[in-house]
Design a protein around this ligand. Sequence first.
Ligand SMILES: Cc1cc2nc3c(=O)[nH]c(=O)nc-3n(C[C@H](O)[C@H](O)[C@H](O)COP(=O)(O)OP(=O)(O)OC[C@H]3O[C@@H](n4cnc5c(N)ncnc54)[C@H](O)[C@@H]3O)c2cc1C
Length: 310
Amino acid sequence: MHGLRRDYRRPCGCDRGRFGAQERGRGVKVLTPSTVQEAAAMLSEAGGQATLLGGTTDLFVHWPERMLDADGVFIDLSGVGALRAHRWEDEALVLGGLTTFWDIIQDERADREMPVLVQAARTVGAVQIQTRGTWAGNIANASPAADGVAALMVRDAVVELTSCDGIETIRLDEFYLGYKQMRLRRDQIITSIRVPRQSCSVERFIKVGTRQAQAISKIGVAIAQSQAGWRIVANSVAPAVCRCRTVERALDDRVPLPHVDALVELLGSDVSPIDDIRSTAAYRRGVLARVLYHELAPLCEWVGPQRGAS
Ligand SMILES: Cc1cc2nc3c(=O)[nH]c(=O)nc-3n(C[C@H](O)[C@H](O)[C@H](O)COP(=O)(O)OP(=O)(O)OC[C@H]3O[C@@H](n4cnc5c(N)ncnc54)[C@H](O)[C@@H]3O)c2cc1C
């Protein structure tokens, strides 16, 4: 009526079931584990049919329109205390499966040692989303526009996946296989994300959107340089967040890049942007190249107009 959505709410029962499960309504079953082992057992028992709930900032966006799809088993991770905290180890910052963007924004050490994480976290939605949204949810949602993923990937982060079969680790830059496709089985939970503590001489995240907050990126790019070499990671320009390996190689080899067109050409091998509601492929390609050129020219003597002159 008058364009209003139907009220899809159902009576909300709260019967305690197995593992302390709560059933709300007839079609939706919400399980509430308190340990990783319990959560993994529930996932396994559901035979790949259960959905994990993190901060739910992505999942609940679709909830009213897709109520029928939403019917099923949900495993609410919020009671798994072991997943929440992040910690600093000698070799890595370890984010938990429930660590939020806000947790990292609030950590002064992260601002000092890994500013790219804080810069990216601050661009995610606005404070409300930053306090609920998790880094793990950002990874598992697999959006090509994921800002957190770009910042983690530029720092060579490694994802830890836990299931009843054990623990598997995968580099984030090898995690995505295509649009919304990733090396995450339905019975696996992202239990932590290890971000190596190698020191970077350069690290930053730049996002181009329609405004400063609550904007999904038209393009985003994370840049880092460490002993491992240059890392350039872009979002919103490919089916998944991706490293721009051709550009990275050119920077490592100090190939002269006298003009922005040289970067446009290199990026042709790395990205495949599309036209969509937020932007066009041509705009994305051109702006990504210009942002990179603008950022790199003051840092690299081989990038800029005078550099390519013979
Ligand atoms: C208004 C608004 C603005 C936003 N702005 C941005 C933005 O600027 N940049 C950006 O990148 N994103 C943005 N988002 C998207 C979202 O906030 C992020 O992707 C967030 O990181 C998702 O985390 P979550 O914990 O809320 O995930 P959820 O919604 O709980 O889950 C997302 C997916 O991940 C799975 N999942 C969650 N936790 C785990 C786990 N531990 N292991 C395995 N799978 C898991 C879920 O099953 C689901 O498939 C925005 C969302 C909204 C609503």
